[in-house]
Design a protein around this ligand. Sequence first.
Ligand SMILES: Nc1ncnc2c1ncn2[C@@H]1O[C@H](COP(=O)(O)OP(=O)(O)OP(=O)(O)O)[C@@H](O)[C@H]1O
Length: 499
Amino acid sequence: MSQPALLRLAGVSKRYGTVQANHEIDLEVHSGSIHAVLGENGAGKSTLMKLIYGVEQPDSGHIRWNGQEVHFARPSDAQALGIGMVFQHFSLFETLSVVQNVSLMIPGKPADLAQKITDLGDQFGLSVDPHAMVHRLSVGERQRVEIIRCLLLNPKLLILDEPTSVLPPQNVRRLFETLRKLQADGMAILFISHKLDEIRELCDTASVLRGGEVTGRVDPREHDARSLAQLMIGREMPNVAHAAPQPPGAERLRLNALGHPRASRFGTTLDGIDLKLRSGEIVGIAGISGNGQQELAALISGESRAQEPGMIEIMGKKVGHLGPMARRKLGFAFVPEERLGRGAVPEMSLADNSLLTAHSRSMLSRGFIRRSVERAFTRECIEAFDVRTPGPDAEAGAMSGGNLQKFILGREIMLNPDVMLVSQPTWGVDIGAATAIRKRLLDMRDQGCAILVISEEMDELFELCSKLHVLHNGRLSPALEAAETTPQEIGRYMIGAET
Ligand SMILES: Nc1ncnc2c1ncn2[C@@H]1O[C@H](COP(=O)(O)OP(=O)(O)OP(=O)(O)O)[C@@H](O)[C@H]1O
């Protein structure tokens, strides 16, 4: 490329305590280019983006924008030059509406902004009600708001940190069309994703990070996903073959005509949901987020109570009226889709986060916390699930997204549950770790655990599940045998064409 780079980094380094998150990074990003940054969980991708966006400052090195050296003390400095960023962890205020959140960053009358939000939503497949309260929105919907808010700033460089991880397939297609239009207009896009096929489809350049360093720059269109993965992890991807499931055993979870009125006008009313889950099987719930997934997960986990005890049965007991702890005592475990806040408390150490759900594992004695047990459990989890972190004292909030997900999932799996609900098991997790997580779930199934997986990833559901349901508009499709159905059929249910 002959034109000078819009953004150029030279020798940029950043350290957090003992962790060298970025080391001597050189990077050039050009206008009209969609540039992927790929690497394993904890490779330093998010840190690098934070340095470019002014959230953090480098310890050393230079950042140049259109050839001029720049120092960003805060994100508003980067925004002023035309850099926009959509974060992996959301930065919306829960108690405000969509348009109120947008107006915190974008000037304009609320009515005009609401119209712009609707127009952008229609144009780019990012539809969201501008007047909806953010706390009622699903993760997928929140991400749409973040993307819209960024586009409203007309950036010259748009940074997207795993933007597709919670978008349903149709919206991913439309987002890609959007990004290509923006690219054709001369916008530079930095695109972080663990989905190597998406990178191959969308991006013209890819920088590979490993252990905080740039280890390669390639044209991803000239590589297959396997060789990109190899560049990323520095070795060959293992081939995994899964054993076929054994016939399922006793019933572990049952939903009986489960209905629940929506909590607000932006929620989803659940209606007549029937489901059976037995020992030794994995049943999947497909569907576009915002169709009742959050409400259903909250009802099954006990975060919200069912209208009648008998609407939910765990291990043969009516539990609809019981809270989360009572359900856990029956052998139930739960991995929520929101890792920070629900799955883990960000300000607390990993060890204390273990205590949250694993205290029954002899971590308490006469009201005191047995720190040695808590730490040993945490260490085991870190080791067994390849959580890349300095140790049990690390703060949950300081971990890379994928590593936190591995920790939460590991913590729940180590409880040896009889029945488990997992929402979006591999969201934000790199390809190597995602393969390992799916294998763990299949191993648990083979040991007799009953697992319900809520996921927007169709490939994941087909890989894991013997039966699939689709949740659409608060109603659940009949159980479909995974071996006898197709992604197309599931897709028809997802948009409501079959109900
Ligand atoms: N605020 C912080 N305090 C301490 N360590 C941090 C902080 N932020 C990041 N780190 C560490 O820096 C390393 C790089 O993290 P980073 O989030 O940049 O990785 P990533 O490549 O974006 O990972 P993922 O794919 O999981 O999001 C990790 O070891 C992480 O634990």
